[in-house]
Design a protein around this ligand. Structure first.
Ligand code: TYD
Length: 259
């Protein structure tokens, strides 16, 4: 098979040229990074699980009318997506205090917030994704007022939907990060959800035990990362009972064969 042209390699994913203009292939790696890539590692099978989990969530969001870049999953690690112009802003949605919010404001982790809080960070690895406000976004022209209105509106809709989805499987959606892109229709840019939604970019706690089922296991050296991601996939019904290890074994088999 002809080598596809690589467009971009990020910390957890690679983007390749897609089969048709306006499409890309998003490949999910097992690489994990934290603290602005100061900590690096691998979580075996993570790419396979995140591909499935993100496919599932983006498909459901599409069904409730949230526009997304997802077209279809191609195989264990790849999905076909629409090419977008990425808005250089990370959108953090928080329901429960954790992570940098707890640190910055001295609010104990696990405290239910009085209302959902949306925060923005400027996407820049060199600067360590600094936190910004609407004022910076408007002043530097990273997104228009109308686009920011759409982004905030979509973030709240996605949060409401995901809180319910995860509560239904015994998981508390503490916080998560979203990225959006623009697609151009004639001269009109429309905002759609891009990137991924997976345990890499969400905090997911078991409702009863508060056990962490997300990347914090890696950030905090808690161990059991692959098992936690697998548990999220299992509860979402993506790994029928007893099939979880089979999915990953098959992947291993393919890797071994390709060696
Ligand atoms: P936050 O508490 O701001 O940062 P950190 O994860 O470094 O403690 O993160 C809020 C949520 O957003 C959390 O679920 C992790 C996610 N997130 C990312 O996925 N990538 C990022 O670059 C940032 C800053 C956050």
């Amino acid at each position: 098979m002809a080598r596809r042209r690589q467009i971009y390699e990020g910390k957890a994913k690679i983007l390749y040229e897609g089969p048709e203009p306006g499409t890309l292939i998003q490949y999910f790696k097992d690489d994990a990074t934290a603290f602005n890539a100061q900590k690096k590692g691998t979580i075996n099978g993570k790419g396979v699980l995140n591909n499935r989990i993100s496919e599932h969530i983006f498909t459901l969001l599409g069904l409730i009318g949230v526009p997304t870049h997802f077209i279809r999953r191609l195989n264990m690690r790849e999905q076909l997506i629409r090419q977008v112009e990425i808005v250089p802003i990370e959108v953090m949605v928080r329901n429960v205090a954790a992570g940098t919010l707890s640190k910055r404001l001295g609010i104990e982790e696990g405290t239910q917030l009085p209302r959902t809080i949306i925060e923005y960070a400027y996407k820049s690895d060199e600067l360590g994704d600094p936190m910004i406000t609407d004022e910076h976004i408007a002043a530097f022209g990273w997104a228009s007022q109308e686009e920011m209105h759409d982004i905030a509106d979509l973030a709240i809709r996605i949060n409401d939907f995901l809180c319910g989805l995860f509560a239904g499987i015994g998981i508390r959606l503490v916080d998560f990060k979203l990225e959006f892109g623009r697609i151009w229709d004639n001269d009109y840019g429309r905002i759609i959800l891009a990137d991924e939604i997976s345990p890499d970019c969400c905090r997911l706690w078991d409702i009863k035990t508060n056990e962490k089922l997300d990347k914090d296991r890696f950030r905090r050296d808690l161990g059991g990362e692959a098992e936690a991601y697998q548990e999220v996939a299992r509860r979402l019904g993506l790994l029928p009972e007893g099939e979880d290890s089979a999915v990953l074994d098959l992947e291993q088999h393919r890797r071994d064969r390709g060696k």
